[in-house]
Design a protein around this ligand. Structure first.
Ligand code: CA
Length: 432
């Protein structure tokens, strides 16, 4: 494999949720230049949308949506052009892997995950027996995808996917998902008013797209409906089924942190550049605690890659085929690492040993909320204090950084938090 410039391994696309990123990434890759501006899109009318829905009906019928169902579930639907804006959004802000992970694998999510492991222990045990995927992995996916079912998206799917099928780029892809959503409603698996999700159509605890739902969702509680919106048993089992169908190897780890020898040839790194574990051992790679590879629980002939998510100076990982399976849930190595690491933390493992190559580490969601609270106290309008540092928060951070004579990056890290905290005269804000 060709060595990738390390800068490109920094994670882009970050304030989008995983399923949205999935779509946005493809869109960005396919269209370097935006052909359609938001203004042009907004000039489209509801009438055009309704004509489009009429035009799509025969194809929907061909895909299995009965005319009566199509009429019933699309009747009165208003186009929502905000989803086209989301589709066209190109993040100008690139989030480093350490910022990405600091928000996804923080104390809060680890505690929530452990609580969910305990409260769902019985069903998770049966899920493991049925699909061969361990509870911590399933719960980690759940935690990253929807914050354990708390954040599943508010866009009515028929409206969002209908609009995306009629306007903007990738209409063909979205048409397939639109018809799948209508088939879900037709089967009565999920009630129309409950079929809400991300702007791009990922829904429920698992954030499956409708076509993925049709392929992989399971009815685990046996009530005759595959309900990923209101039934956590169905959702947990469906996640496990997704992983199993992706090739999950039961009982095998996703990988582990390693220490590379001095002078390690980093062009050998890469998730896909798989070699026998024994070959890495021969090259001097050891587990990060110094254990030889032979004592890591993986077979010597196991094909593994070396992942360097922040380049040669950051943490290094051996990754197995199971890491690739997690990657299959949402094609981003940062995403797969977040789930892999969260699963380890849920099993009681410590944070990574090797520090990230930065003197300004990332913020947990609690710290992001604290930073937002401090920004509000400074008189900035940052919208809701939600722990997500979006455009408004970053603009406010930029202003504060300028005022403080720092480089105005708009990035929220430990440094700006520390300074604003000190200025506010307390190191233990009540809002933490
Ligand atoms: Ca069910």
């Amino acid at each position: 494999m060709v060595a990738i410039p390390w800068a490109r391994q920094l994670v882009a696309l970050v304030f989008l949720r995983p399923a949205e990123r999935r779509v946005a990434r493809t869109a960005v890759a396919a269209f370097a230049l935006l052909a359609t501006s938001v203004t042009q899109v907004c000039a489209q009318t509801q009438a055009e949308f309704e004509n489009c829905l009429v035009r799509l009906q025969p194809a929907a019928q061909k895909s299995g949506v009965q005319p009566a169902s199509y009429e019933l579930f699309t009747r009165g639907t208003q186009a929502d052009f905000t989803v086209i804006e989301k589709l066209n959004y190109q993040p100008e802000f690139r989030l480093a892997i350490w910022d990405y992970l600091a928000g996804l694998v923080d104390d809060e999510r680890i505690a929530d995950g452990k609580a969910n492991l305990a409260s769902h222990a019985e069903v998770l045990k049966r899920v493991e027996a049925a699909y061969g995927v361990d509870p911590a992995t399933v719960v980690a996916v759940w935690g990253v995808e929807s914050n354990f079912g708390r954040i599943t998206g508010n866009y009515p799917l028929v409206q969002a996917l209908g609009t995306l099928s009629c306007f903007g780029r990738r209409q063909g892809y979205f048409k397939g998902e639109f018809f799948a959503a209508l088939r879900i409603l037709q089967r009565g698996d999920i009630a129309p008013e409950r079929l809400n999700g991300s702007w791009a159509g990922a829904f429920g605890h698992t954030q499956f797209m409708p076509a993925t739902y049709e392929r992989l969702a399971v009815d685990f509680d046996g009530d005759g409906r595959r309900d990923l919106v209101d039934n956590s048993s169905d959702a947990l089992a469906s996640t496990a089924n997704f992983l199993r169908r992706g090739g999950w190897q039961s009982g095998q780890s996703w990988g582990f942190e390693v220490r590379l020898p001095d002078g390690f040839n980093t062009s050998l790194a890469g998730r896909k550049n798989k070699r026998a574990l024994s070959e890495w051992a021969d090259r001097g790679v050891v587990a990060v605690d110094g254990r030889p590879m032979a004592n890591t629980g993986l077979a010597a002939e196991e094909k593994t890659g070396i992942l360097l998510p922040a380049g040669p100076r950051g943490p290094a990982f051996i990754v197995t085929r199971n890491f690739d399976v997690i990657y299959g849930y949402n094609a981003a190595e940062s995403y797969a690492l977040a789930i892999a690491h969260l699963s380890d933390r849920l099993r009681g493992a410590p944070p990574f040993t090797t520090p990230w190559p930065t003197d300004d580490p990332g913020l947990s969601r609690a710290e992001r909320r604290e930073l937002q609270t401090l920004l509000v106290a400074c008189g900035h309008d940052i919208g809701a204090i939600d722990g997500a540092l979006g455009d408004k928060s970053r603009a406010a951070i930029k202003l504060e950084q300028s005022r403080l004579g720092q480089e105005a990056t708009g990035r929220g890290g430990q440094n700006i938090l520390r300074v604003l905290r000190a200025e506010s005269g307390t190191s233990h804000p009540a809002n933490r």
